[in-house]
Design a protein around this ligand. Sequence first.
Ligand code: URP
Ligand code: ZN
Ligand code: ZN
Length: 465
Amino acid sequence: MIEVLVRGGTVVTADSMELSDVLIREGKIVELGLELETDGLIIDASDHWVMPGGIDTHTHLDHPIERLGVRTADDFYVGTIAGACGGVTTIIDFSLQAQGESLIKARDRRLAEIEPDSVIDYSFHTIVTDVNPESIKEIESLVEAGFPSFKIYMTYGDKKVGDGDLLTLLEEVATSGGLAYLHCENDCAITHLIERHLTRGETGPQFHASSRPVAVEAEATNRAIMLAELAGAPICIAHVTSEAVARHVEEARRRGQPVVGETCPQYLVLNDSVYDPTVGFEMAKFVCSPPIRGIDQVEALWSTVEDGVLQQVSSDHAPFRYEGQKTGGRGDFTRIPNGLPGIETRLPLMFTYGVKAGRISPSRFVELTSTNPARIFGMYPNKGTLDIGTDADIVIVDPEKETELDPACLHSAVDYTPYQGLIVSGFPTVTLSRGEVIVEDGEPIVTRGRGKVVERQRIDPNSLP
Ligand code: URP
Ligand code: ZN
Ligand code: ZN
C-alpha cells in the first residue's frame, strides 16, 4: 500500500491539540510531526482538524424486531456507509441470541451477515436473552475470542433478563474478564403504565413517553449497579437520559465501582416538545426507549457530559422508516418500532452543540466519541487515538463548514431525520479507515466488504475511563 501523508492539519486527540502532519504506511500511523515528506498520496488538511475516527459502540443495523415483524432499515452496507460519511470508522453492533440458541452460533451468524457488506471495522456485543448453563459456559470463550461485551436488557419482551439471571450473568462476566452493557428500565412499571394508558384509550405516540418516565430508568439503573456490585462486574449503563440516572453512575464511581455511563445526542439535542400531540402521529418519529426527556433534564445531562460523570456518547442508531414501519403503530403506541437514526449525525451534533457551543473542548469531544469508547470496549490504543503504531482511522473536519440536516444529504435508508433543518458543522471532508480514503469531499468511495472485525481485549475494570 502506498504511503499517505495528512499534511498541515491540527491534530486533536483526547490529550492534546497541535499542528502536525500524520504519515501513514500499511494502514498504520508511522510518524507524527512537522514538515514530513512522502512520495505517496498527500492530503492537504490545512485549516482542518485531524481527529481519530469516531467509534460508535451502539448501533442496531439490520436488527430484527420479531414481535413487530420488522428489521431496522439500514443493512450493514448502507448503515456503515452512513457511518463513514458521518466520520465513524468502527462500530460495535449486536448479535442477538434467539431463545435456545448458542451465543457463539449467534455471533457467527452475525459475522457471516456483516462480513460481505461492512465498509468500516466492526465487532459485536452479544445480547444474552436465554440464560442457561450452556450459554453461561460460552461467555468465557467469547471473551477470549475478542468479543468481551454482553448486552443485557432489563425490559423489552422476550429479550428481557430477570434479576436472578442478571446476577448469574454478571458473575460470569466478572470472572471471564468481560463487561456488561445494560439497558436499564423497570419492566413491571412499564407494563403497568402501558396498561393504564391503553385501558383509558390513550394510544398515541406521546403515551410511549409517559409510560417510561425517568423513575422507571433510574430505579432499574440503581438495581443494575447494586447487582453488579454484588457480582463484582464492570458495567456500562447504556443511553442515560437524565440527571437522576447519571447520579447513580456518579455515586457508584465515587465508591470505586467499575461503572461507566453512556448517553446519546438525541438526549442532548432534542427535548420532549417532540411529543407535542398537536404534531399528530408524526411524533412516532421520536419514539425511542428510553424516551426523549424535558428541557430541564437536557440541560442537566449536558453538565454530566461536561464534568465527566458520563464517559461516552454513542448513537443508539436504530433506524426505522416513518412510512411503513413507524406508521405500523397507528392506534397503538406499543406497536411503533422503537429507535432513532443517528450513526451519521452523532459527530456533527456533538461537534456543533458541544464544541462549537463552548460546552466541551475539542479534546473532550474526541474522548467522548472515540477514545473512551475504545477504552471501555477493549480496543485502545489501536483504535481511539492517533499515535505511532495505531490504526490510521482518521477524520478530517473543516470546523467552519456548515450543513443543513435533511434526509437528502444523509445516507441512511430512513425517510426522515429527527434533526430536520438543524445547521451543523463537524461532518468530515475526508474519512480514512486504516489509511484508506473512504469518504472524500463528503462522498463515500468505498469497496463493499472492506471492513474487518476488530480484535478486542478482555476488560480490565481498573483501566476503565
Ligand atoms: O429505542 C431504542 N433505543 N431502540 C433500540 C433498542 C435499544 O437498545 O433500546
Ligand atoms: Zn437499549
Ligand atoms: Zn440500543
